[in-house]
Design a protein around this ligand. Structure first.
Ligand code: FAD
Length: 383
């Protein structure tokens, strides 16, 4: 694995950083305060070619690799966690299942418009009985009647579910087969019987729509089955592996934002006649956050490299997401501490970074579940 970014990766990082600073940063605090879904920002991201960045060119995307995707998510999250999560979810959860498991026809019909930025994609796995025990908690059913799937049930916490062009939903198609009886079904916006529930009020990520979905005899054509019947659970696990690199990158962006704000503040603010940055206690916080975020960056890069070179990467993606999310949580905590009372005010951005990052230790595998994944993989390998 080469630790240097390629010319193309560097160019993508610069382009996205420039875009994020010009087009998103000035709106980020307002998006948070107003609980506003920034449709205008996504329209600009579409025009910039960002919404299909890692999708091959033949499907309307930019053909970039996984590390470039992670760099783009990081740069966007550095200015807005809300836009960062929506973007990461669109790519990893909305587009990737169709790219990885769809037929050529499905890719043309469903993936191309997402990659071109004609709408956002969503993945609906979690239900009210619990997200960690996915196989045990899915109760939504899809029954084939003639040429249509009839879907009944509900999903929770669906990122962009309220506005998505397409939703990929995990449903029971054969109850007798346990997790081998789960299948992914593509549901277009406006499908008969698809009811968009309430948009959740959250601690952070106020510009990202987190929605309940209800399926009331929701009807979609038979050909909307993604891949083969009974492969939904496996598809979900593979999708989450890739998604974890994205959530790790989102955390890295937020952690970096918190650290950068802290460095600036510690140099500008004085106490006892000198800049805060002169105090060793402050220096140690800056040193620890810098080191931990750099370690997170390397774990993310390694997971991305393994994925791009078609090697197993589940373990590394779990480690990258777990470590980056917790390192960023610590960096955001320290940022508030370094800012003192100002860190607790909404006038300064670090409280937003702290709230926004809190999701990253929960979504796409909680820290506890990721520790289980890591431990089980290691123990299995040495049994
Ligand atoms: C903002 C946001 C966006 C989201 N976006 C999406 C989305 O787009 N699509 C989607 O499908 N879902 C989405 N989710 C759902 C998310 O993936 C789940 O919240 C997450 O998987 C945890 O599931 P849960 O909330 O049901 O918690 P639970 O599974 O009920 O877990 C509760 C606690 O118990 C712990 N726990 C559970 N089982 C074990 C165990 N075996 N050992 C140790 N500890 C355990 C967990 O770690 C956690 O601490 C989103 C959630 C949020 C908050």
């Amino acid at each position: 694995m080469d630790l240097e970014l390629t010319e193309e990766q560097r160019a993508i990082r610069e382009m996205v950083r420039d875009f994020a600073e010009k087009e998103i940063a000035p709106r980020a605090a307002e998006i948070d305060r107003r609980d506003e879904f920034p449709a205008d920002v996504f329209a600009k991201m579409a025009a910039q070619g960002l919404l299909g960045l890692p999708i091959p060119e033949q499907y309307g995307g930019g053909g970039a690799d996984t590390l470039s995707q992670a760099l783009a998510v990081e740069e966007i999250s550095r200015v807005s966690g809300s836009v960062g999560l929506t973007y990461a979810a669109h790519l990893s959860l909305g587009c990737m299942p169709i790219y990885n498991f769809g037929t050529e026809e499905q890719k043309q019909k469903w993936l191309v418009p997402l990659a071109k930025g004609e709408g956002l994609g969503s993945l609906a796995l979690t239900e009210s009985k619990g997200g960690s025990d996915l196989a045990g908690s899915v109760a939504t059913t899809a029954t084939l009647k003639g040429d249509e799937w009839i879907i009944n049930g509900s999903k929770m916490y669906v990122t962009s579910g309220a506005v998505a062009r397409s939703i990929c939903a995990l449903c029971i198609t054969d109850k007798s087969k346990g997790h081998r009886g789960l299948s992914m079904i593509l549901i277009p916006r406006g499908a008969p019987g698809l009811v968009i529930g309430k948009v959740e009020e959250k601690m952070g990520l106020h510009g990202s729509l987190t929605t309940q979905l209800f399926f009331e005899d929701c009807r979609v054509p038979k050909e909307n089955l993604l891949g083969k019947e009974g492969e939904g659970f496996k598809q979900a696990m593979i999708t989450l592996d890739g998604g974890r690199i994205g959530i790790g990158a989102m955390a890295l962006g937020l952690g970096r934002a918190a650290l950068e704000a802290s460095i600036q503040y510690a140099q500008a603010r004085t106490a006892f006649g000198q800049p805060l940055a002169n105090f060793q206690a402050i220096q140690w916080m800056i040193a620890d956050a810098t080191m931990e975020l750099q370690a997170a960056r390397l774990l993310i890069a390694q997971a991305a490299w393994l994925k791009d070179t078609h090697q197993k990467f589940s373990l590394q993606a779990a480690m990258a997401k777990l470590y980056a999310s917790e390192a960023a949580d610590r960096a955001c905590w320290k940022a508030i501490q370094i800012h003192g009372g100002a860190g607790y005010l909404r006038d300064f951005p670090v409280e937003r970074f702290y709230r926004d990052n809190r999701l990253t230790t929960i979504g796409e595998g909680t820290s506890e579940i990721l520790r289980l994944v890591i431990a089980r993989t290691i123990l299995k390998a040495s049994a």
